[in-house]
Design a protein around this ligand. Structure first.
Ligand code: BTN
Length: 245
């Protein structure tokens, strides 16, 4: 088993990207459990080099430094965090869904994303992993930017509430600790699958031979999305993105 995870929490007003800063700290030897929380980011990043909208008094932007000592599949830490996040949101009586691999949705809108970055050693274990989690907790004062207006939402519909933000952070970190300490056993797997919104949906995905359509039918033990095409072929997707048709 992975062993105990003890947090060392650092909170800053603003930073370019909590992932970028924590990765630098990881390279300089910062210990497992270091957590960097920012109240705003000037260069918040998402997957596929996208910008993650990170204004003040709206969200929770944090990165957690881990140094797992057990072998893990590439998506395991992202899926573990997504399950922990889904349970945290539902702990506030708000129902949510996970969109493989790293997105959280409430009422059909994306409210959170996860960006895991790290360095894998030659023995296949992580030298370090940084899990970055960005959550739109409250509606932004001036609304979401035009580019994401149609797709983005917030977990809560009330105005910014400092006590609520703190309580959300505490619960999320507890849930991540619970799942992390049980690794490599994927105790988060059931939640991850039960909360999955893609099953049964027709999706478009990229293969080396071009774009294909198929029906998302499951998630395997390595947290790859299984997609079945009309010609009967099954594809296990490792990463990238799928579009719901
Ligand atoms: C995504 O939606 O593709 C992932 C978004 C991840 C955003 C978080 S916010 C905290 C951490 N710092 C970053 O720059 N990105 C992650």
């Amino acid at each position: 088993m992975q062993g105990p995870l003890n947090y060392d929490l650092h909170i800053v007003d603003s930073v370019k990207s909590t992932n970028t800063v924590l990765k630098e700290a990881a390279k300089s030897g910062a210990p497992e459990g270091t957590v960097l929380v920012a109240l705003a980011q000037t260069n918040g990043r998402g997957r596929l080099n996208r910008v993650f909208f990170s204004p003040k008094d709206t969200g929770l932007y944090l990165s957690i430094l881990l140094r797992p000592t057990v072998p893990l599949s590439p998506s395991a830490l992202t899926c573990m965090s997504a399950a922990a996040l889904a349970e945290t949101i539902e702990g506030f009586q708000i129902s949510c869904a996970i969109k493989w691999v790293n997105d959280l949705f409430v009422q059909g809108k994306k409210v959170a994303g996860i960006l895991t970055e790290g360095v894998i050693r030659s023995d296949g274990l992580y030298a370090y992993a940084v899990i970055g989690i960005g959550i739109n907790l409250f509606p932004p004062e001036n609304g979401f930017p035009e580019t994401i207006k149609a797709s983005a939402g917030s977990v809560f519909s009330c105005p910014y509430d400092e006590a609520l933000r703190k309580s959300f952070l505490k619960k999320l970190l507890q849930r991540i600790k619970f799942y992390y300490e049980a690794l490599p056993k994927p105790t988060f797997g059931e939640t991850y699958r039960v909360k999955q919104m893609l099953f049964g949906s027709e999706v478009l995905f990229a293969t080396e031979a071009g774009m294909r359509r198929g029906v998302a039918s499951g998630i395997d033990d390595a947290f790859r999305l299984l997609v079945t095409c009309s010609d009967g072929t099954q594809h296990a997707l490792n990463r990238g993105e799928v579009t719901i048709l």
